[in-house]
Design a protein around this ligand. Structure first.
Ligand code: FES
Length: 237
């Protein structure tokens, strides 16, 4: 197998050719935050929270999409990287409900984790905010598109993993949202409530109704279950 050697945070690392910078860094024991990346779905490169600094590159590089190359010198937490991540988080939080105290996802939310890690408290950005209707039409899944960060993990999972494509990114610009066909409520769509979209949502946009308001994340134990809806035997938390 052909390999490439690079330096990550001063450490010499050798990985198989074609390895993404993210995997090379994680494999070497370094932390890189991710929001849109999902190892079971096609690469997306949408959130940019995983950016790293590559010596000689003109801009920060999305590590989930860039391949490791021979001789690369990579910094995963340089001042420029940290500054970029803080700005990305501030932009997301500027248009996100500040209800972490009562959100069902509190304690298991990547946005919350990263805001804590990078000390992002008050967003420096103002402006228009999303105002989507809360969708509790489905007996198993709650959808709060005001909490959606448009990472599209649910879209790619529904499309690539379950082969359904019940949801997709719709509209444009500020109005972009994850929607069903004709923007119908989930109960009126072709959704079969498999819950795969909920299991990959990194924030509180998609949550299980059975859990809603009954406990806090750190009070429950997660279990791997096997879906019996079809013969595929899909497993998820
Ligand atoms: Fe790499 Fe989102 S995790 S761009």
């Amino acid at each position: 197998m052909s390999t490439v050697s690079l330096t990550i945070n001063g450490l010499e690392v050798t990985v198989p050719k074609g390895t993404k910078l993210l995997d090379a860094a994680l494999g070497a024991g370094f932390f890189i935050p991710t929001l849109c990346h999902d190892e079971n779905s096609p690469n997306y490169g949408g959130c940019r929270i995983c950016v790293v600094e590559v010596k000689g590159a003109r801009a920060l590089v999305a590590s989930c999409c860039a391949e490791a190359a021979n001789g690369m010198v990579v910094e995963t937490e340089s001042p420029a990287v940290v500054e970029a991540r803080k700005t990305i988080l501030e932009l997301m939080l500027a248009n996100h409900p500040a209800d972490c105290l009562t959100c069902d996802k509190a304690g298991n939310c990547r946005l919350q984790d990263y805001a804590f890690r990078y000390d992002v408290k008050q967003p420096n950005f103002g402006g228009e905010r999303k105002d989507h209707e809360f969708d509790d039409s489905n007996p198993y899944i709650n959808r709060d598109m005001n909490k959606c960060i448009l990472c599209a993990r649910c879209v790619r999972t529904c499309k690539a993993v379950t082969d359904r494509a019940v949801i997709d990114l719709a509209y444009r610009g500020f109005k972009t949202k994850v929607a069903t066909a004709l923007d119908a409520k989930l109960a009126e769509s072709l959704c079969v409530s498999c819950g795969r979209c909920v299991s990959v949502c990194p924030v509180g946009a998609l949550t299980y109704r059975s859990f809603s308001g009954k406990a806090r994340m750190w009070e429950v134990e997660k279990e791997q279950v096997t879906c019996t809806w079809c013969d595929a035997g899909c497993q998820f938390d």
